[in-house]
Ligand binder design. Sequence first.
Ligand code: LRH
Ligand code: MN
Ligand code: MN
Length: 388
Amino acid sequence: MSILTPEILSTLEKQGIELPSWAFGNSGTRFRVWTTEGTPRDPREKIADAAQVNKYTALAPSVALHIPWDKVDDYASLRSYAEDLGVQLGTVNSNTFQDEDYKWGALTHHDPRIRQKAIDHHLECIDIMDATGSRDLKIWLAEGSNYPGQNDMRSRQDRLQNSLQQIYARLGDEQRLVLEYKFFEPSFYHTDVPDWGTSYAHVASLGEKASVCLDTGHHAPGTNIEFIVMQLLRLGKLGSFDFNSRFYADDDLIVGAADPFQLFRIILEVVRGGGLNNPDVAFMLDQCHNVEDKIPGQIRSVLNVQEMTARALLVDRTALDAAQQSNDVLAANALLMDAFYTDVRPALAEWRESRGLAADPMAAYAASGYQQQIAADRVGGTQAGWGA
Ligand code: LRH
Ligand code: MN
Ligand code: MN
């Protein structure tokens, strides 16, 4: 009998992880952008590649867009193109980090003209959401300062809240705004939304339709991210995850690659807090594949999330509760470690086969010939967006 109970398997069957369109474009560091053969040349090709990830895993039913990187003339037609390939268009990400006008800020800018331009960009993103059927607008702001004294941090917060209110007012009844935080970069001294507390303060005063986006790569080393997950779920304000992993900075590496145990601890708190398969908590990847092929990189990523979810679901909650109540520190810890060290891969492979999927999605994709086909068909793929 499988180590994964029918209850665990039916929970896993409902799991969906949104892919970022930009993961399929070329990316790199500020030193160099590497190219891979077969890189998409336009949003449609990115969506076609994302659909391959879903085809082999049944785990990735939607694709997030980044505007203007994924700007097209006709979003309704992009939507039906995606739906024909079996995927939905998901979160729309705004972008105020590449326009010359935003050098000194966008939603926080002291010049009303530039601030209005940044607000209008977000209103345009909501128009796009109307056409694509997307629910979420994700806002990450590259705003801040490099030197003490450069800016008045307080008035920037006031302008930010005011700008967000204007954007929030335009949301439809079924739409949401998620505000992502990041503790540094591109500014090095202060960032206008550096942490979950600041994001929470803004979204809490906006209202029900606003919540926090937690990007796992956006914390200082050693941060207890699962505590933040617990707290935001407790407050009903965890809107979405941007999953990835990091060794040093905002590395955007394959989720679960750098610290699988951290991913386990995060998902454990998601399960504990009722955030798994909960439509209020969107699971997304925010990654870039710098040196490896992008489609298998994304397949590996969603499988990592699935494997870690299976392990988190293996924790014996009743025994854990009893161990905690009796202050049995070692027994409680052992229950977690037993689940973490359980190799769920054979059971997941068997389960995939029983659902008509390939036991090993990485191998099935590699054998499909798709990678060779796109390498032959597509010449001159574009970057994810940076420097494009
Ligand atoms: C910022 C970020 C944000 C952007 C994405 C490209 O570091 O995490 O989510 O939209 O990277
Ligand atoms: Mn992110
Ligand atoms: Mn990031």
